[in-house]
Design a protein around this ligand. Structure first.
Ligand SMILES: Cc1cc2nc3c(=O)[nH]c(=O)nc-3n(C[C@H](O)[C@H](O)[C@H](O)COP(=O)(O)O)c2cc1C
Length: 376
């Protein structure tokens, strides 16, 4: 058996099937800040908020503490994704993900949250990292949001999903449980061949375009020691590889050696194993916003978090497949094709597309120490 066959066999195997998310208790406090380590309510709320998903796990968030119940949120201009996310749309969705996770988390601490978007205005890329995306103020009171129980359990899962069909009724229940949404959500559970092809082709283009593949390489860690030190970005276990396969794959890319990483043979092998996971897809969800403003980006990130936490409550995972939505030239043709498939109207924008399903719990991703996000 060749390495690639072995990888495909393991990642695509039914031994991954059938389990639901489990609390990652032992890893939680070694990998993520602990709210009870902080006295100020705003720091406790931040410690919960940073469990949010973010594109490429960039955690592109900076916080200026105003007082013990108020803060300003900025995107981190040094943690953008200029190759894969030229307008920084996904980065701002990540800011929305943080806001929603913080709000839900703060409700479990006995606080309501007031969010004031762009308190100093927000006109162009020159404002990224310089002007706040939002001011966030906590106020005593309000009820706990039941989704708060899933903040630490929610994870992106890139493994193969079980063959269990996901009915329209199940989707509607997950959506209703998530609550109100800014973006329009659509779901498909039949005839998924066209969407699976888009997933595959999108990732293939991103992997074979040097500058986008290089951007991903730079965000990768290649062993546990590096992951524990860096605390952001991606890695092979986060991609779904585990055990011996993970070790083989990490060795195969030789500590991120650019020659190995960009070698078409490496990309072929990786695409082969990715295809198995794509082929296991039983349901796809898409978020379409009415326009494509900064506010649409942030609000869609907030929608995505609510839905992801609700999915988690139903014992399910999401795996975003956003490549075909990305705004770089090589992706243009696929992007137009995807808009046609979902019948996107003029002015609307697909902000997010994910496959959903059940699978074995994946590797638990790191977050940075809380101090790393704080501005003086
Ligand atoms: C706006 C946005 C876009 C994302 N796009 C992708 C994607 O295209 N492919 C993917 O595998 N993960 C994607 N993710 C998931 C992130 O990589 C993931 O949230 C991050 O690695 C942290 O891991 P966690 O979600 O398990 O906490 C996206 C997340 C966000 C917020």
């Amino acid at each position: 058996m060749t390495v690639s066959m072995f990888i495909s066999a393991v990642v695509g195997s039914p031994i991954f099937a059938g389990t639901t998310p489990k609390l990652q208790k032992p890893e939680r406090w070694t990998k993520r800040p602990k709210p009870s380590d902080f006295d100020q309510p705003i720091l406790k709320a931040i410690a919960l908020g940073i469990n949010a998903p973010s594109p490429h796990n960039t955690q592109s968030w900076k916080f200026k503490i105003v007082d013990e119940q108020e803060m300003l949120l900025y995107v981190d201009e040094n943690r953008l994704l200029p190759a894969t996310d030229p307008p920084s749309r996904q980065i701002h969705m990540g800011a929305g993900c943080f806001i929603e996770t913080l709000i839900i988390g703060a409700s479990s601490l006995g606080y309501q949250t007031q969010v004031n978007y762009f308190p100093e205005g927000y006109q162009s890329q020159a404002d990224f990292g310089q002007k706040p995306v939002a001011s966030i103020r906590l106020k005593e009171g309000g009820a706990k949001d039941p989704l708060a129980d899933y903040i630490y359990k929610r994870q992106t899962n890139r493994k193969s999903y079980t063959a269990e069909k996901i009915s329209q009724a199940t989707f509607e229940s997950i959506k209703a449980n998530a609550g109100k949404s800014h973006s329009r959500l659509i779901f498909r559970n039949e005839d998924l061949t066209d969407l699976k092809n888009i997933f595959y082709q999108g990732l293939d283009i991103e992997s074979r375009t040097y500058r986008t593949n290089e951007e991903t390489r730079r965000l990768f860690s290649f062993n546990e020691k590096q992951r524990a030190k860096k605390r952001y970005g991606l890695s092979m276990p986060q991609m779904g590889y585990e055990g011996l396969t993970k070790t083989i794959v990490e060795l195969a890319v030789d500590n991120g050696n650019p020659k190995k990483w960009h070698d078409p043979k490496t990309i072929d092998k990786s695409m082969k194993s990715i295809k198995k996971a794509i082929d296991s897809t039983q349901g796809v969800v898409c978020w379409i916003s009415p326009s494509n403003s900064y506010l649409d980006w942030i609000a869609s990130g907030r929608d995505f978090v609510r839905f992801s936490l609700s999915l988690c409550q139903f014992g399910m995972y999401a795996h975003p497949y956003n490549q075909a939505l990305q705004e770089f030239d090589e992706m243009e043709e696929l992007s137009v094709e995807l808009d046609r498939i979902w019948d996107v109207k003029a002015g609307e924008k697909i902000q997010m597309m994910v496959r959903i399903g059940k699978s074995k719990a994946p590797y638990y991703s790191y977050r940075q120490h809380l101090q790393s996000y704080l501005l003086e």
